[in-house]
Design a protein around this ligand. Sequence first.
Ligand code: ADP
Length: 246
Amino acid sequence: MVNDKGIRVDGRRVDELRPIKLEAGVLNRADGSAYIEWGENKVLAAVYGPREAHPRHRQDPARALVQCRYNMAPFSVSDRKRPGPDRRSVEISKVISEAFSHVVLREQFPRATVDVFMEVLQANAGTRCTALTVAAVALADAGIPMRDIISSCAFGKADGQVILDLNKEEDNEGEADVPIAIVPRTNEVVLMQMDGHITKEEFDSGLKMAVDACHRINEMQRDALRRRYSVTTDTREAVKAISEGV
Ligand code: ADP
């Protein structure tokens, strides 16, 4: 899994992320949307709301609900996945909802719901981190007020070495997988799960690696939003011309 030069099966160093491409505002009908390619993972996110929550008995009179749905397309994995929710996707939807509930300013929208849909089109380990990262951009694209844009990445262990952002092979053969998500501004952890075994020292060094990576990912999320909303000189001049009645 990791050779004596510290190089992994896919050529990465132990603390290296897979390549990430992110784009905000890719769907016309959603209030906010984004698309990400992270290594071989491909995930689309769409956000609706804030809108009145239905059925009404689910409404919270003090704050908005943040309802997330993580879904894997049947063709996203090598063996066709049975369509529809399963234990795993219900769990992932729940932990991602909890993470966003910490940062969305829910008190501003009593009785409302913010709905977040994440569609995994292609999966290669780390899809919950990928889905959360792209959904955070879609939420910002929808103009949902949040304390920060949260970012996510996993660390783990393979061949006795602490590694960042496990791919499928490392996830299958490795000793541990620890996905986390943080609020970059404060470094608060809003998601943490663990599968496998790891020592306290390995955990500490892996956590530091993943937190550093989340800060790099946050910069990519902000870049995607900047690209979507940047006003070019041409646009500025056109707006000025229109306002002056030219
Ligand atoms: P994560 O994608 O967040 O790492 P898991 O650790 O549960 O979540 O899954 C690891 C990987 O296993 C997924 O990214 C995907 O590539 C694969 N996988 C998950 N569910 C299925 C499934 N039902 N059939 C085939 N492969 C799957």
